[in-house]
Design a protein around this ligand. Structure first.
Ligand SMILES: Cc1cc2nc3c(=O)[nH]c(=O)nc-3n(C[C@H](O)[C@H](O)[C@H](O)COP(=O)(O)OP(=O)(O)OC[C@H]3O[C@@H](n4cnc5c(N)ncnc54)[C@H](O)[C@@H]3O)c2cc1C
Length: 437
């Protein structure tokens, strides 16, 4: 069993603490912030992630906190007309055995924090890491204290300090032209107005897409005392300018009247601007000494257009624990971490790329490409209404030609199972077995 330091108590670091404690290691999480506090907004938990959370015994607790959206419904920006559709519930349960949820970030983080502590992880706040020594596997805190471990995990987010011990140079995140505003509206303000019923009953994820902009929205905490409606609105805006509700509204002035009505319910106290950036692909996630490793946003921060960043961090956590469990002594950590990197890097980079491409498709300017996108999304939506035999015949026909990808990637018939049905732990175990580790 190893002494492990995890730097960062975000969703990724806490998930890693749970996974590694469950394997019996001594785990100490160092968090720079004075308290564990996620932004007041929602996050989607796809089935590739619920699979892992359930395996950690968190199903019951999760069920108390989540909403089960029935679909992701994609609408055109100016008319609100539906152009795309991804059924979520019960279809994903039926197809892959695990559900798609949405949850308040604070609730998710508290759930993981409580579980990490319950299984015996130590979590220290106000423990900002200022430097890391790769050769001795030690970190120095802002207080001047130095801590040493068998293994150090950098789960310290997109601006990771731990990353420099591996890359040897500072890798800056790549800014994107877009920002994201995260806003919540008390649900009672919407339920009293029947125009919002199509968004709420049954609960849906609704995505409006338009030139250079989109809005993702869904209800949160519907069975809790303070239910909310969550919106993420993304449009071009330099990271350096402060956000404002007026600026936000100006970007969606000519959109679907339902959007205008929703925005009129946002209070500036519950609306924050967030820069959107991603990391370039790193050469490696593991230090030369085999004692320092990156995970989550520190390794592969991505734009949020597939709602998979935290899900990838949870997959990383589970795979990391499987790999580390196969090392009997410190000198073997390098080879099991190489398997971790091999299992995770390619998949995360595919998801990073997919997230970017999804955004490009959503943000197309008015014109022929956009019209083609809408037609392709509609074609795949129509397929969902066909009988099984008709779908088979259609697929056969497509095989003869070239398979047309669905511009709604969540519904693409090859990409969706690759993304949602991935059993990260099983894949890692098989690889470790094959390698005799
Ligand atoms: C608008 C938006 C919407 C998103 N929606 C989704 C979604 O629906 N589904 C999904 O799966 N993902 C989503 N994501 C992505 C997701 O939020 C991130 O991928 C995920 O939260 C990353 O978790 P992390 O633990 O790796 O990093 P972080 O959450 O960044 O956590 C890093 C932690 O490390 C701490 N830290 C940093 N430096 C130090 C240091 N030197 N010393 C000590 N502590 C330190 C920080 O305080 C922080 O607590 C979205 C992202 C955005 C921007």
């Amino acid at each position: 069993m190893f002494d492990i330091l995890i730097v960062g108590a975000g969703l990724g670091g806490l998930a890693a603490a749970i996974a590694l404690r469950r394997k019996g290691h001594s785990v100490h999480v160092l968090e720079g912030a004075p308290e564990i506090k996620e932004v007041g907004a929602g996050i989607q938990i796809p089935p590739n992630s619920t699979r892992i959370l359930h395996s950690w015994g968190l199903k019951e607790e999760l069920l108390k906190l989540v909403v089960w959206p029935q679909s992701i419904t994609i609408r055109r920006y100016e008319t609100g007309k539906q152009i795309g559709f991804t059924p979520l519930h019960p279809e994903l349960m039926d197809n892959y055995g695990y559900p798609y949820h949405v949850i308040h970030r604070h609730d998710y983080q508290q759930l993981l924090l409580t579980e990490a502590k319950r299984v015996g992880a130590k979590v220290t706040l106000n423990a900002y890491v200022t430097s890391v020594d790769e050769s001795t596997a030690s970190v120095t805190l802002a207080s001047g204290k130095t801590l040493t471990a068998d293994l150090i995990i950098g789960a310290d987010g997109i601006r990771s300090r731990i990353r420099t011990a591996i890359t040897r140079t500072t890798i800056e995140p790549r800014p994107t032209p877009n920002c994201a505003y995260r806003a919540t509206i008390p649900l009672h303000k919407l339920v009293s107005n029947p125009i919002f019923t199509p968004l709420l009953s049954p609960p849906l994820c609704t995505l409006w897409i338009g030139p250079q902009r989109h809005i993702m929205a869904y209800p949160l905490r519907t069975s809790a005392p303070n239910p909310l409606y969550n919106l993420v609105l993304s449009h071009p805006s330099p990271a350096s300018t402060p956000g404002s509700l007026e600026d936000l509204k100006s970007h969606y002035a000519n959109w679907d009247p339902l959007v205008t009505a929703l925005l009129s319910n946002i209070d500036s106290a519950h609306c924050i601007k967030w820069p959107i950036a991603e990391l370039p692909v790193l050469d490696t996630w593991v230090s030369e000494s085999g004692r320092i490793v990156l995970m989550g946003d520190a390794a592969h921060a991505m734009v949020p257009y597939l709602a998979q960043g935290a899900a990838m961090a949870v997959e990383d956590a589970a795979v990391l624990a499987e790999c580390v469990a196969r090392a009997k002594e410190r000198s073997e950590l390098g080879s099991v971490l190489a398997v971790f990197e091999n299992q995770r890097k390619g998949r995360c980079e595919m998801v990073q790329k997919g997230s970017w491409e999804n955004g490009v498709g959503w943000h197309l300017a008015d014109g022929p490409k956009q019209l083609q996108r809408d037609a392709d999304m509609r074609r795949d939506m129509e397929k969902m209404k066909m009988r099984k035999e008709e779908v088979e015949a259609e697929r056969e026909k497509e095989k003869q030609e070239k398979r047309k990808e669905n511009p709604n990637m969540w519904s693409d018939e090859e990409f969706q199972p690759w993304l949602f049905n991935h059993d990260a732990v099983k894949a890692a175990r098989e690889r470790l077995d094959e390698m005799g580790l």
